[in-house]
Design a protein around this ligand. Structure first.
Ligand SMILES: [Zn+2]
Length: 336
């Protein structure tokens, strides 16, 4: 794969007791150092205008001033230092690069994956939260729409947390489909199945809140029966994956039971979908807080694009997952 990476993202210093640290990127780089076919690409930071296309200008200015004054605790979870401003713009710029690279034809072994931090999917239009300042995937999606290189974009979010920010930014928009599989009841508490979008965006938000303990088979069932059919029907010009790795069974902050091969299996399903439909595919890093499981997960995504066949889930989805997926298929008109 081609990985978007810049050292500027290491300078967002969250302190020694925070799970979202620069060591996450260092661990990913160490994991990828052992793999063939890894290419790193630097990218221009996002412009303030690109960020303001999805965030309120007053909020963006607030972040700039907060960082310029040295930062601190924006909220109990979300901390900044002076360098966070540049890191946040760099992180959004890397996501923009990934989207543009996919649209310019980078696929297969050259599929783009932006390794930015701070992450983005909790950042709403007028506030930072959940370790996120600017919504990187949203900035990237909107930039392609504004440039006219896409007319519609889908964002599939497999981070264990619901991407409330991405949902909020696009919930009243018919040109962006937001789909999420996440752990029900976990932070930030949003993402119920009946949140389906508003106004012109009615039907373009699809939430699959799986119960705690879900494993590869549950995820694959939701992916195959819900996410992929909804993507196929929407037929976007670009698919961005908000790729967090915190649903891993050994991640410290969730109760899901996804394996490293599970992430490979999800990647394979999306790679095959992209190949069959010719829909460009880009990955944007979100969460993932076990350094080993995070680096193994990213390396697994890379290996699947390098031709590796991951182990397919051998178990069966639970009745709870089947029932949820059936209910959501009906709600979204995907058949029963
Ligand atoms: Zn997360």
């Amino acid at each position: 794969m081609r990985f978007g990476y810049t050292e500027t993202c290491l300078d967002h210093d969250t302190g020694t007791r925070h799970p979202e640290t620069a060591d996450r990127l260092r661990a990913i780089r160490r994991g990828l150092a052992k793999k063939y076919g890894v290419e790193y690409v630097d990218a221009e930071p996002a412009s303030v205008e690109a960020v303001e296309a999805v965030h309120d200008p007053e909020y963006v200015e607030e972040v700039r001033e907060f960082c310029a004054e040295g930062g601190g605790n924006w909220d109990p979870d979300t901390v900044a230092v002076e360098a966070t401003w540049d890191a946040a713009l760099a992180s959004a710029g890397l996501a923009q690069w990934a989207a543009e690279a996919a649209l310019s034809g980078d696929d297969g072994r050259e599929t783009p994956f932006s390794l930015g931090r701070p992450p983005g999917h909790h950042a709403v239009s007028d506030d930072a939260m959940g370790f996120c300042f600017f919504n990187n995937a949203a900035v990237a999606a909107q930039a392609t729409l504004d440039a006219g290189t896409t007319e519609s974009v889908a964002i599939f979010d497999w981070d264990v947390h619901h991407g409330n920010g991405t949902q909020e930014i696009f919930e009243d928009r018919g040109d962006v489909l937001y789909l999420s599989i996440h752990e029900q009841g976990l932070y930030p508490g949003t993402g119920e199945g009946d949140e389906t979008g508003e106004g012109p965006g009615e039907g373009t938000t699809l939430n699959a809140p799986l119960v705690a303990g879900a494993d590869d088979a549950d995820y694959r069932h939701a992916l195959d029966r819900l996410i992929v059919p909804a993507l196929a029907r929407f037929d976007p010009d670009l698919l961005i994956v908000s790729a967090g790795f915190d649903a891993h069974r050994h991640d410290p902050i969730s109760r899901m039971r996804v394996s490293t091969d599970g992430y490979g299996s999800f990647t394979l399903a999306l790679r095959e979908f992209s190949e069959e439909t010719d829909i460009p595919l880009a990955f944007v890093l979100e969460g993932g807080y076990g350094l080993d499981t995070l680096s193994d997960g990213v390396a697994m995504v890379h290996e699947v694009f390098d031709g590796h066949e991951p182990l397919e889930p051998d178990g069966e989805p639970t009745d709870a997952t089947r029932d949820l997926v059936d209910e959501l298929r009906e709600r979204h008109g995907l058949g029963s």
